[in-house]
Write a protein that binds this ligand. Structure first.
Ligand SMILES: Cc1cc2nc3c(=O)[nH]c(=O)nc-3n(C[C@H](O)[C@H](O)[C@H](O)COP(=O)(O)OP(=O)(O)OC[C@H]3O[C@@H](n4cnc5c(N)ncnc54)[C@H](O)[C@@H]3O)c2cc1C
Length: 400
C-alpha cells in the first residue's frame, strides 16, 4: 500500500486554507492526510449581512489561484468589487497632477486590475470547497503544544485533541505560535503607525477606482466596495487612529473628507471601525525539518499596496507545488532539502516586497523639500516609463 503522510496546517486564514485546498485537489492528494485547525470559530459568510469590515485587494494572479482550487466561483456568485483604475498621489499634489500615478486596466488590456473582497467571504468560499474533500477541519480550539518526537511532530490542542504530523505548516498569522514553538526568530521594523479601517459613504461615485493619497503621517487607501461605499485604510500616527476610533460619526466623516482631499467629495461614516498596529516583520527562516511557515507567520508587510494576503497566497501555491513534486518523486514532505526549495522560491521575493513597501512608506513620510522634489520627479518619470510601469503592474497583479 502507498505510504500516506500527515500534514497539519495551523491557521485557517486565507493562506492556510488555500494551501489545504491546493493539496487536496492536487495529484498527490491520495498520499496525504490533511488537518487544518484554528483557535477561532468557523467563519460564516451571509450575503444578507452588511459588507464586513475587513476587505482585501485581491490581485488577478491571486484570483486565478483561488479559481484553480474552485473557491473563486463562490466569491464571484456572492459579492465582490472589481477595480479598474488606481490613482496614487502625494499630499502636496492633486490626483490629476502630472506626478500622480495612474493605472488603468484598459491600458494593459485587462478587464480589471483586481478585486476588493471581504476576508470572511474568501475563507467561507475556501471552506465550502474543503467541505467536499476529506480534509479534517477543526475550529474553536487553539494549539497548546508542539513537540518534536523523532521525525514527527506531536500537536496538542487546548481541548485535548492530539494529532501527529510529518509536516506542520504554520499559517497562524503574524504572532505565530508555531514559529515561536520551534524557535524561529524574526526581524522586525516598527512603523509607528496604526491602520484605522472603516467604511464610508462617498458623496461622488467611486467609479471602480482604488485611491491612495500619501500623507506625511502615512498613506490613506480608499477602496471601492460592491455596495457603493468605500473601505478606508488610513495608516496614521497611533494617537490619530485612537481619535478616529472615538470620534462621533460627524467628526470622523470630516477627518476623512479632509485626509482624502475631497477626492470623492464629502465622506460620511457608515460602518464599524477597527485599528491595527502596523510593523514589518520577517522570519529568519521559513523552514526546519518537518516545519514550514507561510503567509503572515513568515512575513508581515505594510498594507499600503495591499500585498500581504497576495504574498501569502503565492507562498501557499509555491509550497503546494514543491510538496507535489517531492511526493511524485517518492520523497518525504518534511525533508529539509524539499522544504528548502519552497524557502528559496519565496523568501527573496517576499523580502524585496517588504523592503520596497517600508522604503516607500518612509519616502512619502518625509517633509524634506529636496526629497519632495525627487519624489515628484520620480513619479513623473515613472508615469512616462512604459516598460517599468508595465513590469511594476505585473508584479503588483501577481502575474509578472
Ligand atoms: C488594515 C489592513 C489591511 C490589509 N489590506 C490588505 C489588502 O488589501 N490586500 C492584501 O493582500 N493584504 C492586506 N492586508 C494583509 C492581510 O490581511 C494579511 O496578510 C493576511 O490576512 C494574512 O493571512 P494569513 O492567513 O497568513 O494570516 P491570518 O489572516 O492572520 O490568519 C491566521 C489564522 O490563524 C489562527 N491562529 C492564530 N493563532 C493560532 C493558534 N495559536 N492556534 C490555532 N489557530 C491560530 C487565527 O485564528 C487565524 O484564523 C491587510 C492588513 C491590514 C492590517
Amino acid at each position: 500500500m502507498k505510504q500516506r503522510f500527515d500534514i497539519v496546517v495551523v491557521g485557517a486564514g486565507i493562506t492556510g486554507l488555500t494551501l489545504a485546498a491546493k493539496l487536496a485537489s492536487g495529484a498527490s492528494r491520495d498520499s496525504l492526510r490533511i488537518t487544518v485547525l484554528d483557535g477561532a470559530e468557523r467563519p460564516r459568510f451571509s450575503p444578507h449581512d452588511e459588507v464586513t469590515l475587513r476587505v482585501s485587494a485581491i490581485a488577478s494572479g491571486s484570483a486565478d489561484l483561488l479559481d484553480a482550487v474552485g473557491a473563486w466561483q463562490h466569491v464571484a456568485a456572492s459579492r465582490l468589487s472589481p477595480y479598474e483604475r488606481m490613482r496614487v498621489w502625494d499630499a502636496a499634489d492633486t490626483p490629476d497632477s502630472p506626478s500622480a500615478l495612474r493605472f488603468d486596466a484598459a491600458e494593459f488590456a485587462l478587464p480589471q486590475l483586481g478585486f476588493i473582497v471581504e476576508n470572511i467571504l474568501l475563507q467561507d468560499a475556501l471552506l465550502r470547497e474543503l467541505d467536499a474533500t476529506d480534509v479534517e477541519l477543526r475550529f474553536g480550539s487553539p494549539i497548546r503544544s508542539l513537540r518534536q518526537s523523532g521525525q514527527r511532530y506531536a500537536v496538542e490542542l487546548e481541548d485535548g485533541v492530539k494529532r501527529s504530523a510529518d509536516l506542520v505548516v504554520g499559517a497562524d498569522g503574524s504572532r505565530s505560535f508555531v514559529r515561536s514553538a520551534v524557535g524561529i526568530e524574526t526581524r522586525s521594523w516598527p512603523y509607528e503607525q496604526t491602520a484605522f479601517v472603516t467604511h464610508l459613504c462617498p458623496e461622488r461615485e467611486h467609479r471602480s477606482t482604488a485611491w491612495q493619497r500619501f500623507l506625511r503621517d502615512g498613506p490613506l487607501g480608499i477602496l471601492p466596495l460592491s455596495d457603493g461605499k468605500v473601505s478606508v485604510v488610513w495608516s496614521t500616527k497611533p494617537h490619530i487612529a485612537k481619535r478616529a476610533m472615538a470620534a462621533s460619526d460627524r467628526e470622523l466623516g470630516s477627518m476623512l473628507t479632509t485626509a482624502s482631499d475631497r477626492v470623492l467629495g464629502a465622506l460620511s461614516a457608515a460602518g464599524p471601525r477597527g485599528a491595527f498596529p502596523l510593523g514589518a516583520q520577517h522570519a529568519e527562516r521559513y523552514v526546519l525539518p518537518g516545519v514550514a511557515l507561510i503567509g503572515d507567520a513568515a512575513h508581515a508587510i505594510h498594507p499600503l499596496a495591499g500585498q500581504g494576503a497576495n504574498l501569502g497566497l503565492q507562498d501557499a501555491q509555491a509550497l503546494a507545488e514543491v510538496l507535489e513534486t517531492a511526493l511524485g518523486q517518492g520523497l518525504h514532505p518534511g525533508d529539509q532539502p524539499v522544504l528548502r526549495r519552497y524557502e528559496r522560491a519565496r523568501k527573496g521575493a517576499n523580502a524585496t516586497m517588504l523592503h520596497f513597501m517600508t522604503g516607500l512608506n518612509r519616502l512619502f513620510a518625509t517633509d524634506s523639500r529636496l526629497i519632495g522634489e525627487i519624489r515628484t520627479t520620480g513619479m513623473r518619470m515613472f508615469n512616462r516609463s512604459g516598460p517599468l510601469r508595465e513590469h511594476a503592474v505585473k508584479v503588483a497583479l501577481g502575474v509578472g
